[in-house]
Design a protein around this ligand. Structure first.
Ligand code: CA
Length: 234
């Protein structure tokens, strides 16, 4: 497993590198945002650990740049600032999870494992073309191909990050049912994920922008005071 750590504080770098190397990961390090972005672009990593406060290009900008070039590598953001505002800014830029400094070693490892487990690209099962049609979820004109991990509507491809994919898969497996924020959080992010449900709203909004197109009927609906539902507009 190849991980990229983008962090400028030497003590944090050596602590994380030593710890993750002992845990069996192959860790590459970039000491600033610009070189981190370059390394992430030129190489293939299973996960990126990205500090927010970096000299020059900060972590938010690095994350945005990666997502803009359709790089869906899971990103774990490190932030010294635990305010909701900063967390939301990080998630808004396309990060999959965050960890507030200082954190415990075990916590870091748990988050990494959870992200690697969640990422469909790292699934251990190999793709087969048998029973292809059984691996396509359909709700109205929206399709999700579980083999190729791709979504489309009216045959038009929808580019999704790893988290967006998992969220859409969960909603498509539970169509026409009100899903509470907590239910979504538990099923998409996992029960060990001690985060507030704001993240659900953030990601449902991303998906909504991608799935609900102006000229097409809305599929992702807000059920005021209760949660969200995937269904055709009546
Ligand atoms: Ca830093």
């Amino acid at each position: 497993m190849k991980l990229l750590l983008i962090e400028d504080e030497p003590s944090v770098v050596s602590f994380i590198r030593r710890y993750l190397t002992e845990a069996g990961y192959d860790v590459s390090v970039a000491l600033d945002g610009q070189s981190g972005l370059q390394m992430a672009t030129e190489n293939s990593f299973q996960l990126i650990i990205l500090d927010v406060m970096l000299p020059g290009m900060n972590g938010i900008a690095v994350c945005k740049a990666l997502r803009k070039q359709h790089d869906a590598t899971p990103i774990l953001m490190l932030t010294a600032l635990g305010s909701t505002e900063n967390v939301v800014a990080g998630l808004d830029s396309g990060a999959d999870d965050y960890l507030v400094k200082p954190f415990k070693q075990a916590e870091l490892l748990a988050r990494i494992r959870s992200l690697l487990r969640r990422n469909p690209d790292n699934a251990t099962s190999t793709t087969t073309n048998n029973n292809h049609n059984n691996n396509v979820l359909k709700v109205a004109d929206l399709e999700l191909d579980l083999n190729t991990k791709s979504a489309s509507r009216y045959g038009e491809n929808i580019v999704l990050t790893a988290t967006e994919y998992r969220l859409l898969e969960y909603m498509m497996r539970n169509p026409r049912r009100v899903l509470s924020r907590m239910e979504i959080l538990e099923n998409v992010w996992g029960v060990d994920f001690n985060m507030n449900t704001k993240v659900v709203d953030v990601y449902v909004n991303y998906l909504r922008k991608k799935v609900n197109r102006k000229e097409q009927p809305a599929l992702i609906q807000t059920v005021v005071g209760m949660g969200y539902m995937l269904k055709e507009e009546e």
